[in-house]
Design a binder for this molecule. Structure first.
Ligand SMILES: *Cc1c(COP(=O)(O)O)cnc(C)c1O
Length: 368
């Protein structure tokens, strides 16, 4: 019997990378590997991606260092920039790209005594209101940054769309894209990056020099309105556990903490060895889908820390030790996410240190 396993199908990952590469034609791919490759394992994923990409993107310096320590030689871009001026030393040593999004950073870079040139990207805000220079200060910021002699030129320029995953916000997307097109005029010799997964899928004219593919690499749709499989991608992660107990219930029996589910007719329930401490949300409502022996059954009662309940029906022939799939192939994570009012991004980044990772590539299984 096994407890929780995240099976990572690297053949599916490879299929998705090939598909992205052919979709974006001449644009180069920066594979987004932040948050341990969205919970899929950054090192194993990067080894597969390496053939298809010109670089990687991360959110934290530690993530960039982790990739370098495991032999990554390609461009690594810190999407949110650096956090402390002291970080510049490591950034220089390890040759890490970073975004620049305020005047204070420009001053810090100016004061930094670099022995080789730094790889700074100019970040602009086109409507998300997160990071980047605005319409009214980007010209001044660009001329200050571009005047520094300790950074590489021409400058890369980067921004982010906030609503590219939904057609209902087409107007807002057009406004953001128009803003980027206007702002990029300031950097005629530079290179540009705007597209995330949703933009690659729905706004292919905005791929520019570098796309930043994230969620679709892992076979997941950027929106809960459809699934990665609907879009021709293959889910990479399958989160599973096993049945550790089966119990018959009579009408009126109540299940779990808080007695939140009452049995209305005789049935059998299975107890699964996974709980919120493994990364399955406690907030999952009664009736959420779980795949057991090829059919969908539904959760009952509150998810516990280490276990949860599913109603398998009175006639079930499932046995202790059988596998239960919480999300993955046959039980799309987008549907689980929408049942609990979140997005698939949050679910796949949740598996905790208790979860065992098993990779599979060309029919060989391995762990790292
Ligand atoms: C996370 C992130 C991406 C990737 O987004 P997906 O929707 O997963 O493709 C791209 N760019 C930035 C700035 C990000 O933070």
């Amino acid at each position: 019997m096994k407890t929780v396993i995240a099976k990572i199908n690297l053949d599916a990952l490879e299929h998705n990378m090939q598909k992205i590469k052919s979709k974006v034609a001449d644009a180069q791919v920066i594979a987004v590997l932040k948050a341990n490759a969205y919970g899929h394992g950054d090192i194993a994923c990067s080894k597969i991606m390496d053939k298809y990409v010109s670089g990687y993107a991360v959110a934290r310096l530690e993530e960039a260092i982790h990739l370098r320590e495991h032999g990554c030689k390609k461009r690594i871009l810190m999407l949110g920039g650096y956090f402390k001026a002291e970080d510049l030393k490591v950034i220089e040593e390890l040759d890490i790209d970073f975004t620049v999004h305020n005047f204070n950073e420009i001053a810090e870079i100016k004061n930094y005594k670099a022995t080789k040139k730094l790889n700074a990207w100019f970040q602009v805000n086109i409507g998300m209101q997160r990071l980047g220079f605005n319409e009214n200060d980007y010209e001044e910021a660009f001329s200050q940054l571009n005047a520094l002699d300790n950074i590489h030129k021409p400058l890369g320029m980067i921004s982010h769309l906030s609503c590219a995953d939904s057609e209902t916000t087409a107007l807002y997307n057009e406004k953001q894209i128009a803003m980027f097109q206007k702002m990029k005029q300031i950097n005629p010799n530079g290179f540009f990056s705007l597209a995330n997964s949703a933009s690659i899928l729905y706004f292919p004219l905005n791929n520019y020099d570098f796309v930043r593919s994230g969620i679709i690499q892992y076979g997941i749709s950027p929106s809960n309105e459809n699934t990665g499989e609907d879009l021709g991608f293959e889910p990479v992660m399958t989160l599973s556990t096993s049945i550790i107990e089966i119990r018959e219930l009579a009408k009126g029996d109540v299940v779990g903490y808080g007695a939140s589910w009452v049995c209305e007719k005789p049935t059998k329930i299975a107890i699964l060895a996974i709980g919120y401490a493994d990364g399955y949300p406690r907030a999952m409502p009664n009736g959420s889908p779980v795949l057991i022996n090829g059919r969908i059954v539904h959760t009952v009662g509150h998810v516990c820390m280490d276990m949860m309940f599913v109603d398998i029906g009175l006639d079930a022939v499932d046995k202790i030790g059988d596998e239960a799939i919480l999300w993955g192939k046959g039980n799309p994570v987008e549907k689980i996410a929408s049942a609990v009012n979140t997005i698939a991004y949050e679910l796949v980044t949740r598996p905790t240190s208790r979860v065992r990772y098993q990779y599979i590539y060309h029919n060989k299984e391995f762990e790292i």
